[in-house]
Write a protein that binds this ligand. Structure first.
Ligand SMILES: [Fe+2]
Length: 285
């Protein structure tokens, strides 16, 4: 079975539609979305309607939880709260009913699908965890493969019962090995934070044990114009173009490095930080 796994559309209908278009040539058998269909982007209602219309299985992300109950936005930054207020203006009562019925996880083709962290957390960030905490997740669960989103950055974690391996998935395809169990972070369709503005998703070929990484260009300018027109935050428009995460006037580039080195480069007035997968980004989220 070839399953397209996507996550974090974040109200970006343009990126979602282009990703669906990209799937037409990939001979896929199904699609699943791992939550955060709403938040930040200008067309939350349209994205939810299209997911429903196409019958794409979906799950709860932290942004859906916040839309359903503002008490779930306690850990949101002030700009994320502003984006939530704006999102609530566009989501209809019918879509709220749809969101209420979403599960926190699904099992499809033997794979665990969850927004943040196995086994069922829509909110925990895997890239805030230490190696031993990630190892514990593998030890305490029994999935062979789990798919997550939430960080907006692709990453593959493999565990062979002893060692952990990480791969930032920068190739076009990844061959999975039978002796490993995996957690696959599929990145983000609607708001990438990996330095590449294209929409990302993964096609999992469960028979051939292959991950195919898809990177899809779309009309970012059109989305930026709509973000402004619909009263969403300028910050959320600005961060679509470079595909990075602007903090306090500086730009933090989350290019992942496998050698665990940290490098700071001065580039004009901007600072570019290259952080490893395990640098706790607590001050940056
Ligand atoms: Fe997200």
């Amino acid at each position: 079975m070839k399953l397209a796994v996507l996550s974090d559309i974040h109200g970006n209908l343009e990126a979602f539609v282009q990703s669906l278009d990209d799937m037409k040539d990939q001979k896929i058998d199904g699609i699943v979305n791992l939550g955060d269909a709403v938040g930040y982007g200008p067309q939350p209602e349209e994205v939810l309607n299209l997911l429903e219309k196409k019958g794409i299985p979906n799950i709860l992300g932290n942004h859906e939880l916040a839309v359903l109950d503002k008490k779930n936005s306690d850990n949101f930054s002030p700009p994320a709260l502003r984006a939530l207020e704006q999102t609530l203006k566009y989501v209809t009562a019918a879509s709220m009913r749809y969101l209420k019925n979403l599960p926190t996880y699904r099992k499809i083709e033997g794979a665990l699908m969850v927004h943040g962290c196995p086994p069922d957390s829509p909110t925990d960030y895997l890239n805030h965890m230490s190696r031993s905490e990630i190892r514990e997740i593998f030890i305490e669960t029994d999935f062979n493969i789990a798919f997550v989103g939430h960080t907006h950055r692709m990453m593959l974690a493999g565990y062979d019962g002893k060692d952990l391996r990480f791969d930032p998935m920068q190739e076009d395809t990844v061959q999975l090995k039978s002796k490993y169990r995996y957690i696959v972070n599929v990145g983000a369709v609607g708001q990438p934070r990996d330095g590449d503005p294209r929409a990302k998703y993964v096609i999992w070929d469960s028979d051939r044990k292959i991950l195919q990484i898809r990177r899809v260009g779309y009309n970012v300018d059109r989305v930026i114009a709509l973000i402004k027109e619909r009263g969403f935050l300028r910050r959320d428009a600005e961060r679509l173009l470079p595909g990075i995460y602007p903090i306090g006037g500086k730009f933090i580039n989350w290019q992942l490095r496998t050698d665990n080195q940290i490098k700071m480069l001065k580039k004009g007035e901007k600072y570019w930080l290259k952080l490893s997968w395990h640098m706790p980004p607590c001050c940056l989220e």
